[in-house]
Design a protein around this ligand. Structure first.
Ligand code: 4NP
Length: 162
């Protein structure tokens, strides 16, 4: 059996957007019967929230769509992630810049680093806006954008695994 495809979602704090993407995508992977073939994780470029569960607003918005985030805990991106993961997918351009800068200091970096929106149909190449300092509607927008990109990402990986 081919090694699993490894996907890491990255935002700033790893408490709002990237854990939402982590929860949404792992649910789609499970529903597609691809547990074990696709591994999913998330991390933040910042270190403020290490060890914390996702923001309660993100957890509630995801739960309303049948997505569980409760078991997730924030961690910071580390250099080895760029060697371990096949895809490292940034929520916005600032996260993307930070990852590309990190990659320049990791000689063995092999991950494909891209904007999550590059897999989206409806929100092609758009950043997922940071919802942290806004209201509840921001978390709905985050999920709308993530769900659309997750569909495109799953299709791309299914082609790769076929
Ligand atoms: P996230 O949201 O990057 O989607 O997890 C944020 C969470 C915390 C902060 C910023 C963004 N913060 O500044 O603490």
């Amino acid at each position: 059996m081919a090694p699993p495809v490894r996907v890491l979602f990255v935002c700033l704090g790893n408490i709002c957007r990237s854990p939402s993407a982590h929860g949404v995508f792992r649910a789609r992977v499970a529903r597609a019967g691809l547990d074990g073939r696709i591994q999913v994780d998330s991390a933040g470029t910042g270190d403020w929230h290490i060890g914390q569960p996702p923001d309660a607003r993100a957890t509630a918005a995801a739960a309303a769509r049948g997505i569980g985030l409760d078991d997730l805990r924030a961690r910071q991106v580390e250099p080895a992630d760029l060697e371990h993961f096949d895809y490292v997918l940034a929520m916005d351009e600032a996260n993307l810049d930070a990852l590309q800068a990190l990659a320049r200091s990791v000689p063995a970096a092999r991950a494909q680093i891209a904007l999550l929106g590059s897999f989206s149909q409806r929100y092609r190449d758009q950043s997922v806006p940071d919802p942290y300092f806004g209201g509840g509607q921001g978390f709905e927008q985050v999920l709308d954008m993530i769900e659309d990109a997750a569909d495109g990402l799953l299709s791309a990986l299914q082609s790769r695994l076929a």
